[in-house]
Design a binder for this molecule. Structure first.
Ligand code: SF4
Length: 471
């Protein structure tokens, strides 16, 4: 077992097991991991004033920062382990290499120092002490805040050492045993490289958390009432189930009805229509033309790096004839990109702006505020935005696990030109573009954003087409 297994174990036991014993062909490359690695290297490099080197030689030479080291050792009663310190930082002291020693450091994304960081540091200190022949009293958690590198010192007291040893023994036992259950908190799965593999098993076994709106707490509540899988849930009627959902108070029958219909749709593969007035109005609003708008962002830096618009004069226009325009938002030239966006939006003042999810509208309102638009102007601009994510949820119960743009449009048969893409992958390309300035990454992002716009259009068409059929 190694540091990476420990990191996975603190998130999900099954992930640690799969990382260790799972078939690698079932694992999907995760842009999150790659983004993490790039950020990590940049911050470490700044922390060590650019003096970062790789491997054992770097320790022998006494460089300030050392990465890429793997150290094997005996953990406890013949249990072998391997640490992979994210960074070793040179400090005063005495070690087998001379009048200095190294302390372990980890990178932290976000503000909160979690047990994942503490355990990683404490585990590294255990094997590093005997390896460098020097006591380690503390480690560092390194992060950035307001574009400045910050660090926190973590002291390794007896309690922390004991705790991490216990976790490591549990991890050892887990890795020796059979595959653990899928985690109860399926939110953790969204950025996991084993998601596809676990999703398949969850669906086959009728996991309740596959039903949109059912999280780990509601799933436990249903299980306690002997509703243990989606099949049983789908067989209930609204009244029977509502009685069992008293925790939802006044909403219990409404919730019950949605859960049952969602489970029935999920099993049968058939969508279920709910009447909604706003969908009826959609056709009228968009009949004389509309925009589809989608942005690409870096949520950690709260930076929208690309704005994409698709101009749709009418729904019968051929896809190849649609005009797509994108605007890059470079940090040093944001006024120019804001001007371009407003120009596009106001070239057809009366056109509604269709988007999927709340971020696009929020982003435009913020831009309008920065440009000192009046309250009335902001209000009138905001009123042009139509969120298709809200609309589809209000009008349909779809046979799907969630209502994300990818899931819904894939179900409708839409395919992205580039395979295995996601918002995180676009962010990964953006980071690559900033480092290399290679235009190929920009082209990939623009193609991805254009496809996001076309996928949104596909959903708009579905809403309109089926609304017309129902009338
Ligand atoms: S997909 Fe979810 S259950 Fe499966 S390993 Fe990852 S976090 Fe655990």
């Amino acid at each position: 077992m190694n540091s990476l297994h420990l990191k996975s174990f603190t998130r999900c036991k099954r992930k640690a097991w799969l990382d260790f014993k799972g078939k690698k062909s079932y694992e999907v490359w995760s842009p999150h991991k790659a983004i993490d690695k790039i950020n990590q290297f940049q911050i470490f490099s700044e922390f060590c004033n650019g003096e970062i080197y790789t491997g054992l030689k770097a320790c022998e030479n006494g460089y300030q920062g050392v990465i890429g080291l793997k150290i094997k050792g005996n953990l406890y009663q013949n249990i072998n382990a391997e640490i992979r310190p994210q960074l070793l930082v040179k400090t005063k002291g005495k070690s087998k290499w001379g009048q200095y020693k190294y302390l372990p450091a980890v990178y932290k994304l976000g503000r909160k120092t979690t047990k994942e960081h503490l355990f990683d540091l404490a585990f590294c200190s255990m094997l590093l002490e005997s390896f460098q022949e020097s006591k380690i009293e503390k480690g560092f958690v390194i992060s950035t805040f307001d574009k400045k590198v910050k660090f926190e010192e973590i002291y390794f007291n007896k309690k922390l050492r004991r705790k991490v040893l216990n976790v490591l023994l549990n991890l050892h036992e887990c890795l020796e045993g059979s595959i653990p259950e899928i985690t109860k908190d399926r939110k953790k799965c969204t950025i996991c490289s084993w998601q596809k593999f676990c999703d398949k098993e969850a669906k086959e076994n009728g996991y309740l958390t596959d039903i949109d709106g059912i999280g780990s707490k509601t799933a436990s509540l249903l299980k306690a009432k002997e509703i243990t899988n989606t099949q049983i849930l789908a067989s209930y009627n609204e009244k029977q189930l509502g009685e069992k959902l008293s925790k939802f108070n006044d909403q219990k029958y409404e919730k019950a009805s949605i859960f049952i219909k969602q489970a029935q749709a999920y099993i049968s593969g058939e969508p279920y229509f709910i009447y909604n007035k706003s969908t009826e109005d959609l056709l009228e609003k968009i009949c004389s033309g509309f925009y589809i708008f989608d942005i690409e962002s870096n949520p950690d830096e709260k930076h929208d790096f690309l704005y994409g618009f698709l101009k749709v004069n009418n729904l019968s226009i051929k896809k190849e004839d649609l005009i797509y325009e994108s605007t890059l938002n470079l940090k040093n030239n944001k006024e120019e990109s804001y001007r371009q966006i407003i120009e596009i939006l106001f070239s057809h003042k009366e056109w509604p702006v269709l988007h999927y999810g709340e971020t696009e509208k929020i982003s435009i309102i913020n831009i309008a505020k920065e440009l000192n638009f009046s309250f009335e102007e902001i209000d009138s601009l905001a009123s042009r935005f139509i969120d298709l994510h809200i609309l589809i949820r209000k009008s349909w119960i779809l046979p799907l696990k969630n209502y994300s743009l990818k899931t819904v449009s894939n179900w409708l048969g839409f395919e992205w030109v580039q395979k295995n893409v996601s918002g995180s992958k676009a962010l990964y390309w953006w980071i690559q573009y900033q480092i290399t300035e290679n235009e190929i990454f920009l082209k990939k992002i623009i193609q991805y954003n254009k496809d996001d716009c076309l996928a949104t259009l596909k959903i708009a068409e579905y809403l309109i087409k089926n609304q017309l059929k129902k009338n």
